[in-house]
Write a protein that binds this ligand. Structure first.
Ligand code: ZN
Ligand code: ZN
Length: 127
């Protein structure tokens, strides 16, 4: 694994919330150029070490967010995004295995991946 790839993977692993490519560039941009960061994010996602989702937010616009994914056990997290204060809340690691298996059984398809996040109003904003 190249140095850049390691640094990006480590930044994702340590981040408590999903991060955009832009914020990784501002975090690591002194060491690596933007193209390198984008290329490596793509690579890490391809290899199952990162995952991303596209979120439309009134403040940030349409942004792709990346988060760490444990390649050994496939554990990933799901997130809630507040439409008002724009923070992410970690909903913990995915526990949809049963539901996914049920859908596979019901419909006869094979699920290879899923992306799932919630948007709404967080408790601090909902007053
Ligand atoms: Zn909020
Ligand atoms: Zn999941």
């Amino acid at each position: 694994m190249t140095k850049a790839r390691k640094a990006i993977l480590e930044a994702l692993r340590l981040s408590p919330i999903p991060v955009s490519a832009i914020s990784l560039v501002s975090q690591l941009g002194l060491a690596y150029d933007q193209a390198t960061i984008y290329r490596n994010l793509h690579y890490l996602e391809d290899q199952g070490m990162a995952e991303s989702f596209i979120l439309h937010c009134s403040e940030q616009g349409t942004v792709r967010y990346y988060s760490y994914r444990n390649r050994e056990d496939g554990v990933h997290h799901h997130w809630f995004h507040c439409e008002r204060c724009h923070r992410f809340i970690d909903l913990g690691s995915c526990n949809y295995t049963e539901q996914l298996q049920q859908w596979e059984k019901d419909y006869g398809f094979v699920i290879t991946d899923h992306t799932f996040f919630l948007t709404g109003i967080c408790d601090s904003c909902n007053v």
